[in-house]
Design a protein around this ligand. Structure first.
Ligand code: A3P
Length: 337
């Protein structure tokens, strides 16, 4: 939405002035930031250590200045291509398990991004954070923003809002991102080559990158505030989905009862959210793309496997990525295995 139209819709003058201030701040900050070419059309800007598109940057500023966090907020946080779609589906179905029948579930009719809304994406479309105030509580939202970019009132132990984060082996993330970028690139541009994308990824220049810093931000927060941030690995969820579903439910304060266990609700959720089930739903086969919606639902389902990098990365690239990862993770107590 155009900013002027958005301002004219808000009746509270004080609020309008507040938003104008944030937009002015954005206009002033943007030209001072280091720009780099993005993986499709947009540029990325280095802001507080991370490479953000303009919409993510403006979203972050609007969240900082205006987002009214609620103690019941649940935020699905990811670096892109780490399993956002999957985690959205899991969190939605865990939270709403008594509201819907598994044989006629919203996830069979809607892509998870319609059920767990993308925070900075919605803010970009609406121009404000105010409309989120009206979402029913508990609000299930998702974000790609790094933890350090959230305001203290959200990351404070006392704020109540919770983050569920999922990360993934950087080699699989890179391959997934590379495929995704080439789907997003306008048809009149040549595809981004593996070499070009690899060079950018290793330098940290990718949406919301550097990837490793993104992961470590949430990892450290999960150690410092385990009740606020739950940290998951894609590979673990693949290997032990039942166990991880129980863990998420406990973290969200809605553990499974004995009756639910006996009724195999955990198994139902795992099956419902599996790649095999979700990718075959009509809604997720939709390949419609246009200038307003350059990404189709189908683009979020490619292979959904662990270790697909083997089919794409030459040994030299594997070695380079592994070395970067080792160096970045040194002394953090974290690894991707
Ligand atoms: P691949 O490209 O490796 O197949 P995001 O949702 O963060 O954009 O991540 C997309 C990646 O998650 C893609 O990985 C996609 O196939 C995979 N994915 C989507 N839904 C999934 C599911 N239900 N289970 C496991 N992986 C899934």
């Amino acid at each position: 939405m155009e900013t002027s139209k958005f301002f004219s819709r808000i009746e509270n003058l004080e609020l309008v002035e507040g938003y104008k201030k944030t937009y002015k701040n954005f206009d002033e900050v943007l030209p001072t930031l280091l720009p780099r070419k993005g993986w499709w059309l947009d540029q990325l800007f280095q802001y507080q250590g991370f490479w953000l598109s303009t919409f993510a940057l403006r979203g972050s500023m609007l969240i900082n200045d205006h987002f009214n966090t609620q103690p019941t907020d649940i935020i699905v946080a990811t670096s892109p291509k780490c399993g956002t779609t999957w985690l959205r589906a899991l969190v939605f179905s865990i939270f709403n398990r008594s509201s819907f029948d598994f044989s006629d579930h919203p996830l069979s009719k809607s892509n998870p991004q319609e059920l767990v809304r993308f925070l900075e994406g919605c803010i970009h479309v609406e121009g404000s954070t105010s409309f989120i105030d009206g979402f029913p509580s508990p609000r299930l939202l998702s974000t790609h923003l790094p933890y350090s970019l959230f305001p203290q009132r959200m990351t404070d132990d006392t704020s109540g809002c919770r983050f569920v984060y999922i990360c993934r082996d950087p080699k699989d993330v890179f391959i997934s991102k590379w495929h995704f970028a080439n789907k997003l690139r306008p048809k009149d541009l040549p595809p981004i080559t593996l070499d070009e994308a690899f060079d950018s990824f290793c330098k940290g220049v990718s949406h919301y990158g550097p990837f490793w810093d993104h992961v470590l931000g949430y990892w450290k927060a999960s150690l410092e505030s385990p009740k606020k941030v739950l940290f998951l690995k894609y590979e673990d969820v693949k290997k032990q989905p039942w166990d991880r579903v129980r863990k998420v439910a406990e973290f969200l304060g809605v553990p499974f009862s004995l009756e639910e266990e006996n009724n195999k609700i955990v198994e139902e959720i795992v099956k419902l959210c599996s790649f095999e089930n979700m990718s075959k739903q009509e809604v997720n086969k939709n390949e419609t793309r246009n200038s307003e919606r350059p990404i189709s639902n189908a683009d979020f389902f490619r292979k959904g496997e662990v270790g697909d990098w083997v089919n794409h990365l030459p040994p030299q690239m594997v070695e380079t990525l592994d070395q970067i990862t080792e160096k970045k993770l040194q002394g953090t107590g974290f690894n991707f295995h």
